[in-house]
Design a protein around this ligand. Structure first.
Ligand SMILES: C[S@@+](CC[C@H](N)C(=O)[O-])C[C@H]1O[C@@H](n2cnc3c(N)ncnc32)[C@H](O)[C@@H]1O
Length: 297
């Protein structure tokens, strides 16, 4: 990922920064640096007393984010805030961030468009690459291991649970019959032959989403973040999260609502904030984005 083909355009950029309400002397955490679009926005609103802490569990993305943020900080000279960048999963945030020290925390879930653009990362069914799909390439099973080694029933359950694919048994049967499956192209063909597109959505969309969520424990990561966040934020600090599918958004919505009932959060977005027409035209990826924000009581 040394030469990104296309820049990842941050979604709901102004809205996220407005809800974070960045104060020049505050401490802000971007849990999902990606290409650091949001992070640079935060950085440039901070002053020399401020602090930006960033996480990305993908070493390549962390490298790209670091380069961008270091360059922006150099441009700011002596006005630049303190910068701390951490190559770990945001579920481990409690090991790196002091309790009650944070003024604003942002998480923009999922993977970036660069992950989809790079066939070799194995996220895209539109390009042919190895079946990897790990965000953190240093550990964990690859998609190839999962589709070739998991038993059919378990595979069907996984595709049903994380892909919300009602035709999951048919998909799992086709995958098992098609083994060994070694590339994204081969998997996409097997799945699309078993389940035709619905409402113009490629038949493999849900299966690829399911595998990605499972391989990267994405939903457990989000739950762990919501568990840790209340202890890390100062009173009146802000939490801003952006989700891209219903499974992520449901966890965000329920966690914030339960926290509000317990007096932890004041909800700032009764309904999720979504991208306007102009943003969707400019950046189709923003179509499914939902932003929720809350203030620590
Ligand atoms: C949607 S992108 C973020 C884009 C970013 N806001 C920007 O403006 O460029 C999500 C990023 O979070 C990272 N990521 C996903 N899950 C993570 C986790 N559990 N812990 C840390 N980083 C994670 C991915 O590697 C990816 O780079």
């Amino acid at each position: 990922m040394t030469q990104p083909k296309a820049r990842h355009v941050p979604v709901l950029f102004e809205e996220a920064l407005d809800f974070l309400r960045v104060r020049p002397t505050g401490t802000y955490v971007d849990c999902t640096l990606g290409l650091a679009g949001h992070a640079e926005g935060i950085l440039r609103r901070l002053g020399p007393q401020g602090r930006l802490i960033g996480f990305d569990r993908d070493p390549e993305m962390l490298g790209l984010a670091t380069a961008r943020l270091v360059k922006a900080a150099a441009e700011m000279g002596s006005e630049a805030p303190h910068l701390v960048l951490i190559g770990e999963a945001f579920s481990r945030i409690g090991e790196h961030v002091e309790p009650a020290s944070v003024d604003g925390l942002l998480a923009d879930f999922g993977v970036s468009s660069l992950h989809f653009d790079e066939a070799r990362r194995g996220f895209s069914f539109q390009a042919d690459g190895p079946l990897d799909m790990r965000i953190d390439t240093r550990s964990g099973p690859t998609a190839e291991q999962v589709v070739n080694e998991m038993d059919e029933k378990e595979l069907a359950n996984l595709i049903y649970e994380y892909g919300e694919e009602r035709r999951s048994r048919t998909v799992a049967r086709a995958i098992v019959r098609g083994r060994p499956v070694t590339t994204t192209g081969q998997l996409a063909r097997i799945v699309a032959q078993a389940v035709p597109p619905m409402k113009h959505i490629h038949g493999a969309t849900k299966t690829f989403q399911a595998l990605r969520i499972y391989i990267n424990s994405e939903l457990d990561e989000i739950r762990a973040l919501f568990e840790a966040a209340p202890q890390l934020l100062k009173p009146s600090a802000r939490l801003v999260v952006i989700s891209f599918h219903s499974l992520e958004d449901r966890i965000a919505k329920d966690s914030i609502r339960e926290g509000a009932q317990q007096g932890i959060w004041e909800i700032l977005t009764r309904k999720p904030v979504t991208a306007g027409e102009e943003e969707v035209d400019r950046n189709p990826r923003s179509r499914s984005a939902k932003l929720r924000a809350a203030e620590r009581q």
